[in-house]
Design a protein. Sequence first.
Length: 156
Amino acid sequence: MSKNKVYSKFRWFVLLTLGIVTLASSMVLISPAPLMSQIAKDLGLSLGEATGAMMGSFTFCVAISCIVGGIIIDRVGVGSVFIGSLILLIVEGLLTPVIGNSLRAMLLIRIIGGFGTGPIMAALTTVAAQWFPSAERGIVTGTQGMSVGLGVALGV
């Protein structure tokens, strides 16, 4: 006897939410790029040093927080993790104009954003497995991939 799981139409809202939070985090990731020359000048760094500090610190924290985020998602769920991640991204955005005038402050700000982004990226497989039948999981991964690309395009 096999049981067929019925998937709620609410899954499409969950997918939309995944797309929006992924898009937002990708915009935060890339947002310093067009300003990198000015950031380097203001911080007294070379363009390469500024780029490495701003983009490298963020991306490194994304990598770490993907693993941690996956563990947290397993314990508290995707919704709570999305809220926590978005709070960190908002904090990054609010702190940048206030304290973002030194290298240390900018590193702290970018680290906060990186730790907000990683768990969002880690949510992909949980959203796909919990909310979608196997025949629709490709649309979940495709939506997140599109959201990353669109977020980067809109962020610059």
